[in-house]
Design a protein. Sequence first.
Lengths: 468, 482
Amino acid sequence: MSAPAEARRAPDVRSARAREASLLVGAVALPIAGLALLGWSVSPDLSPTVTATAVSLAVIATVAHLAVRAAAPDADPVLLPLALFLNGFGLVLVRRVDLAAGSSLAAAQTGWTTLSVGALILTLLFVRRAGELGRLPYSMGLATIVLLLAPLVPGLTAGVINGARLWIDVGGMRFQPGELAKITMVLFLAGYLERNRSLLSIATQRIGPLLVPAPRNLAPVLLAAGAALAILAGLRDLGSALLFFMTFIAMLYVATGRLAYPALGIVLFGAGASVVHAAFGHVQARVAIWLDPWTDVSGAGYQIAQSLFALATGGLTGTGLGLGRPQDVPFVATDAIFVVAGEELGLLGATALLVAYLLLVIRGLRIAMTARDEFGTLVAAGLAFTLAVQTFVIVGGLTRIVPLTGVTLPFVSYGGSSLLANHVIIALLLRISDESRGAARGRDMDAPSWLARRAARSGLGGPEDATR
Amino acid sequence: MTRQVRRLAQVVLALFGLLFVNLNLITIVDAGEYADHPSNRRVIVREYAIERGPIVVDEVAIAASVPTEGEFRYLRTYTDGPLYGHLTGYYSHVLGRSGLEAAVNDDLTGRPSEVIAQNLESLLGQSDRPGDAVLLTVSGPTQEAARRALAGREGAVVVLDVRTGGVVASYAEPSMDPGPLSSHSRDTIDAAWNALLDDPSRPLVDRATRELYPPGSTFKLVIAAAALERGIEPETEFPDERVYDVPLTSADIGNFGGGLCAGGEVIDLAAAFRVSCNTVFARLGVELGEDVVRDQAERFGFNATIPYELAVVPSVFPDDLDEPSLAQSAIGQRDVRTTAMQMALVAASIADGGELVRPHVVEQVRDPDGRLVRGPVTSRWTGQAPRGRAVSERTARLLRTMMIDAVVSGTGRRAAIDGVVVGGKTGTAQTGGGSDVAWFVGFADDRYAIAVVVPDVVGDDATGGRVAAPIAREVLLAALGR
């Protein structure tokens, strides 16, 4: 591009990334302060763990920011700070659990954070254009099934953990491929729906007040979704099944605008839920303790009861970091991590956490609304909605709005697979956002990226070279 | 598609709004309920960091918090746990609180539980304030005398101060030691708790307030009261029969020992009371009618919850009695059931001129500086009596005289004390299970009312007069300071 155009462009890049940089400072400072507080609650000396984690967070944030600057310069400035804030917050809470339980999950989680942000960067680098992912919907659909079935493969599986077969063994580390399946499913749906939007929107029949499209057009998605749900039910991962289902319905609705889909979805959900309830004893148990955790308060209802006690103990301002009793709550580092925030930081802290999620999701939906193409809209909407539903399902489960299911709190729960998948989601959202905002700014979207140009200059070649 | 995404955003906002509202409900609105839930250990653990106030008898702490190292900063220790176990209850980080540790918990911690639960105390600058001391109405020597006199037999002794309603002694066998249950060690607690649960004698049940027994002849107090209230005099005469022919049944009622109550012609009410004549009282019960009898029983507190710091099982006078049942009920058999506390209350009201006093075991609450927080409370309990009286003054006076006679020359002889005016009524209730329940209900010097119940006695010597009256004597001696 000519020099004057570049000069025109420069201030806008600076402003989005500059905002991001300043937001990142706060986003990282707060968790570091939390870690420091925790450290002081144990001993007045500055703990090496705290310093190490703090430095790691700062370095990770810096590297991520630079990567976004290079690979997605126009992307939404709020996403990365929010994600790293939640991630850092999660490190604080997991460290808190460590102090109570004598474990060292926080160190592992920091490692996973590094890996996950690395995955975020790699995604940004390898997915130059979001649309590329939309060219392979069926592959994505297949990948979803493969990922879901992987834990059943004898050589690969890590066995039954906590009553479910959801894990594979990768070089000594345990990984949950189902977390990535969430993403591939959204990509599959988005690709398919983008192509078949009109077919799916045209109503050919009427059921009552609803205009319903021909079922034939829905067949592939129904098959894929049905397969996914069946697998999840078989794997006893009903929380994920719920997520998949709701995301599926939401994306169908976004693509077609037909309220028939959500309506039908609710009916199907009701039917499915009744069947599942009748068929599975453990589902009946879950529903029973949702309705009444108090009858068997020291047995089946223990987790919910302790979660409620923890939250109530926190009250408005919480007990203070380090002064609660997370060890009384089962699965406190993974599913129930939210109640640690509720107990120690109070309603105020828990609400702040929820607001962070809300902002993240709304930002994602905004990216959906301003995306450059329909595929981008669908992907962003699907991914953002998944995050929202997941947060709702776990927090709602712990607070008895819905029956408790075993899903993680995004970015905050201890768990590398979930963290990695969620950072990949952020990367995709950043990519879509970068495309739409970059185009709006007048950037040449087909020009090779800074990275590609660098690579070309050094003779390495890259994806961009292939298209030129 | 933008419109759809916007709708989606609204759904997300609604979902999160639901989360916010619900969180508010849990952490603010319902927080108190969750804090008080018996299974909620968190408040107890935090409470443990407070220097809990002592429970005091005769200026000696029978339950106190001793500073310790470790997670729980204080250990609750009990001097002579089993002696006061049913009164104090336990204070356990696993089991929660029972007895007075539960009932006056807010005083012992010095602040309401919600404040502790929500950690507001540090906001209010009150963290290190010790709790208040709770002083009991109990007299140590009297309580010890009760334990001595029962000598390990299952049973209960309740002594009330007639004028104030203060509980001077409330002891029951089997008793339980709250010490191990209040330990810091989970293993100790579990072992002790399981041992108590497995013990077939059920040591966790306070026989003074939580166990119902048929009152036997002590229920004649109620019948006599009902009769006197309705114009029957102590001199009123009744047929002296060997057997009272109960209407509508062949199960007639005879006297203890199978004989006559007097010479064989007639016997007056006072004499019938003195010798505990079944035939007269069965007849009297039937002639008065179930409504009159029930009304009188309820005026004494039957079929009601006695107001007391600890829970008392309501005594029962049944509904809908036919004449045979009424006859049996009149002599305290069949389905009439009562607690030792209730019968002590009956004796107290008779000794106090007919008014029902409100029993209480907390005398005073004092803050760590010794200042009075809550003082002695003496009040009446209206129960279900419309004028707040169980019986008129006249009836009380007459009944009191009859009770004194019963001790001087009647079945209650073994409760007599030289130089003290002791009145009472004995009872021996058949349970149909092969053993009997021995009772003594009475008063001394119009100062102390007492109820002694010893269930599970067998043999010809197993009567209220032989088993329960001597126990009452020993305990009353201690109460009077002799």
